[in-house]
Design a protein around this ligand. Structure first.
Ligand code: MF3
Ligand code: CO
Length: 282
């Protein structure tokens, strides 16, 4: 007998969705393998992790201000997460040296907190918090204004958030992953912004980065079928200028826009439900 793992055995899907999944698969659509669909108890674990994730970001929101270093944000995230019984997922992840990513102005993502980096009036910053609690992962990020910010940066941050909201509206069972990126990229383009193509979101839950990879420059009706029980992030990176980037050679992490113009990102973790979706983190 051939390996049982080779083909997805449709009897592994919950009975309520088995026929529908089979139907879309027969039409040639990519469907999520059954292990990506979370059980009710796994979802309880993810919700508990998400509560910590949200509390940590709320704490950052209350305390962030001009004059602090990004290393201070890192200390807050470590302290608050561990106080609540969690662990910061970035710490030691593939060698990442800190507990949180802090990405200022033209840093697109994966900025490394530093005591030498002091937040200045007029900066915009993405604080990306990822949490492990009892083995369950959650992931979200928000943008913050440092003091008063020039209107063109404010607009970038606002439109990046609208991109997430519009992407989220596409999350319904029996639609497609590509619908999200379609909505995101149209909205960004309508403001003359671009969307980073090569870096995207991801499935999440039992590990930090699960399948599927979630791009934000995609077309409606394409990509993996959305099925109740799927959990993934929506985290498009919106550049004021061109979509190109370069990665800091010295640390191997920090991603900068190649044209030095600002970039903004918000990230949520979302669950596909029978009715539509549930936001786990924002
Ligand atoms: N939300 C980011 C991601 O999913 C968090 C990266 S943490 C890092 O890629 F450790 F990988 F930098
Ligand atoms: Co993420």
């Amino acid at each position: 007998m051939r390996s049982k793992r080779k083909a997805t055995r449709t009897e592994e899907y919950p009975e309520s969705i088995r026929d529908a999944v089979k139907h879309y698969q027969s039409l040639g659509h990519a469907v999520p393998p059954p292990h990506l669909l979370k059980s009710p108890s796994q979802l309880e674990g993810m919700r508990a992790s998400s509560r910590i994730n949200i509390a940590v970001l709320d704490y950052v929101a209350k305390n962030i201000r001009p004059g602090i270093s990004t290393a201070q944000i890192d200390r807050w995230v470590y302290q608050k997460t561990t106080d609540m019984g969690g662990l910061p997922a970035p710490l030691g992840y593939e060698g990442f040296p800190k507990s949180v990513c802090t990405s200022v102005n033209d840093v697109i993502c994966h900025g490394i907190p530093s005591s030498k980096e002091i937040l200045q009036e007029g900066d915009i910053i993405n604080v990306d918090v990822s949490t492990i609690y009892k083995g369950y992962f959650s992931d979200s990020s928000r943008m913050f204004y440092i003091g008063s910010v020039p209107p063109e940066k404010e607009q970038l941050v606002r439109v990046a958030k609208e991109c997430v909201t519009l992407g989220l509206e596409q999350v319904k069972p029996w639609r497609f992953l590509g619908d999200i990126g379609d909505a995101v990229s149209r909205h960004a383009a309508s403001h003359g912004y671009s969307v980073v193509r090569e870096i995207g979101g991801h499935g999440i839950g039992l590990s930090f980065h699960e399948d599927p990879w979630v791009g934000y420059v995609t077309h409606k009706g394409t990509g993996m079928l959305l099925v109740p029980g799927m959990t993934f992030t929506i985290e498009p990176m919106i550049n004021m200028g061109r979509p190109g980037f370069r990665i800091d050679e010295a640390n191997g992490w920090t991603v900068y826009t190649s044209d030095h113009k600002p970039s903004a990102q918000w990230e949520i973790t979302v669950l596909v439900t029978e009715e539509g979706h549930e936001i786990l983190t924002w």
